[in-house]
Design a protein around this ligand. Structure first.
Ligand code: ZN
Length: 306
């Protein structure tokens, strides 16, 4: 399986348009040790020709132009077969509307997430321009299914959805209720193998189910949104704590970094990193703690093979 990191930042990207926190100021100024990042998404391929996107961020156009393997080789023949969405947050799926130019695609997600995206949402009708334009396929929790190609045939990959807690997207509060199918992590495997790629960019906290899933990964991208529980309030950037935003902070004895260190061996990479997170600075003590725990920090354009 081939994997490309299209984007590694949390919602808003790095820098974020309306933010002048110390990190955003430093990256805008071109300070050494800071690297700009687009919003989190991966591209995966089982055969090196057909690619599935894990989330489609609002930065998708720039991400595709930076990735030669994801560009069409002939007239309107995109190698992108479709996408899998881990929740209905706009940074995870808004880019789907930017891929509206009449290429058949398969979209996989839970029925709950799909309802939140398409129900009463006229914009999504732009992906129904003809029969078979976008085909939605339902993921059920803990069930491994093959990823099909939109024009028929198999991609050589399969996927399994794992519930990771969390909550409804901000724009659905008061409309949809919290549900285990609102926020998932993914295990992606090449057909016929048991070693999985994990994609868990939004994790509310630990659970036996999460631990069992992570243990089955050879390589796992994990929620690196916040370093500290009070990261935003401490910077005067908001009232809500990390856990109130359904993200498990990295630091502390009960933090995800200590948990990742204890979890199974294998490659661990942080993704979906918020622009306030001190690990964005290469030389920060927090970055050193991450590296000392044997955990990597994903960056845009990174390529892996499993
Ligand atoms: Zn910022």
């Amino acid at each position: 399986m081939r994997v490309r990191v299209l984007g590694s930042a949390a919602g808003g990207g790095f820098p974020q348009w309306n933010c002048a926190c110390p990190n955003c100021r430093a990256v805008r100024a071109g300070a050494e040790g800071y690297t700009a990042r687009t919003q989190a998404s991966l591209a995966v391929s089982g055969d090196g020709q057909n690619w599935y996107l894990l989330n489609i961020s609002p930065d998708i156009r720039a991400q595709l132009e930076a990735a030669p393997e994801l560009q069409p080789a002939s007239s309107r023949a995109s190698p992108i077969a479709g996408a899998i969405f881990i929740n209905g947050d706009l940074d995870a799926c808004l880019g789907a509307l930017c891929l509206r130019e009449s290429t058949p695609l398969n979209f996989y997600t839970t029925e709950t997430i799909q309802r939140g995206l398409t129900s009463k949402n006229q914009f999504f009708r732009t992906l129904q321009r003809f029969e078979g334009h976008v085909t939605w396929r339902a993921l059920k929790l803990n069930e491994r299914i093959a990823l099909a190609l939109p024009r028929g045939g198999e991609s050589g990959l399969d996927v399994e959805a794992i519930s990771v807690g969390g909550k409804v997207p901000v724009h659905l509060v008061g409309i949809e209720t919290d549900d285990p199918r609102q926020n998932i992590g993914l295990l992606v495997r090449a057909r016929g193998t048991d070693q999985a790629l994990g994609f868990f960019p939004s994790v509310a906290g630990p659970s036996p189910e999460l631990e069992g899933a992570i243990a089955r990964t050879q390589c796992c991208f994990f929620d690196g949104t916040f370093w500290a529980e009070d990261e935003l309030p401490a910077l005067g950037l908001g009232e809500r704590t990390a856990r109130e935003m359904a993200h498990w902070p990295l630091s502390g004895e009960a933090g995800s970094l200590a948990w990742l260190r204890r979890s199974m061996p294998g490659r661990r990479l942080l993704i979906h990193i918020n622009n306030t997170n001190p690990i964005l600075y290469d030389k920060s003590p927090e970055r050193q703690q991450v590296l000392a725990a044997g955990v990597e920090v994903a960056h845009d354009g990174m390529e892996l093979r499993l």
